[in-house]
Design a protein around this ligand. Structure first.
Ligand code: ADP
Length: 227
């Protein structure tokens, strides 16, 4: 789809692990020129580089837990401020707690929140059968062989591996964190009238089409937003 001439849109994507937030955020780059800001990806890159932040959050990320709130919130909001304060983006994985949502709303309030909805069963099935590129984090699902169809990343040539937190125990914990911490954030944005829910059980392409039509509707239907 051609890029649209639209004002910078700040979108927050919500959904259980495996719902397809990353895949859809990547699609939004092409369709709407939005940057993809994944808090998990930012933290994993800090861990790989061995930065102070990376060392402080590593154990939490491996366990699928929320790490030190202030530190992570400052890091992600600081990242938006430095790199994306005037452009549009899709946030993936942030805000994840009410504290993070309050801080974000005070600085860069989202224009639109999208919940990509899947069942727990579907989340576990998807995460248990996926490989991720260690360099660019492109996701590969597995077929009957239990391995991805290609030996290395089609996009960057990187090595494909299972993510360390895609184990049954950590997946269960991530789903619990989602229910306890993220669901109240979703309710907050629903109450503000900013939330749209999309069925994430459809194919990535169909889910993407629905998301694109929600965004197009938001742009054309909201003069205040366009001003
Ligand atoms: P998923 O949504 O599939 O569980 P992410 O890649 O978004 O995975 O996040 C991976 C891990 O990184 C989380 O389990 C958590 O430990 C950490 N993390 C990501 N985003 C945040 C955040 N906003 N606040 C605290 N921890 C986070």
């Amino acid at each position: 789809m051609a890029s649209l001439n639209i004002p910078p849109l700040r979108i927050a994507l919500f959904g259980k692990p495996g719902a397809g937030k990353g895949t859809q955020a990547e699609a939004l780059k092409g369709a709407f020129g939005l940057a993809h800001l994944s808090s998990g990806e930012i933290l994993r890159s800090e861990i790989r580089e061995g930065t102070l932040l990376g060392r402080k959050v590593e154990q939490y990320v491996l366990r699928g837990e929320i790490g030190p709130e202030d530190l992570i919130t400052e890091a992600i909001i600081g990242y938006i401020e430095r790199k994306h304060s005037s452009g549009g983006y899709a946030l993936d994985g942030f805000p994840r707690t009410l504290y993070q949502a309050e801080e974000l709303d005070g600085r860069f309030p989202p224009d639109l929140c999208l919940l990509i909805d899947i069942s727990d069963e579907e989340a576990v099935k998807r995460l248990s059968g996926r490989y991720t590129c260690v360099s660019c984090e492109k996701i590969y699902s597995t077929g009957a062989s239990g391995k991805p169809a290609v030996p290395s990343c089609e996009r960057c040539g990187g090595e494909l591996r299972r993510r360390e937190d895609d184990t049954p125990e950590v997946i269960r914990r991530r789903l619990r964190v989602y229910m306890e911490q993220v669901v109240p954030v979703i309710s907050r944005y629903r109450e503000k009238g900013l939330l749209e829910t999309i069925d994430g059980a459809l194919s990535p392409r169909l889910t993407g089409k629905k998301i694109a039509s929600v965004i197009a509707g938001k742009i054309s239907g909201n003069r205040g937003f366009l001003a």
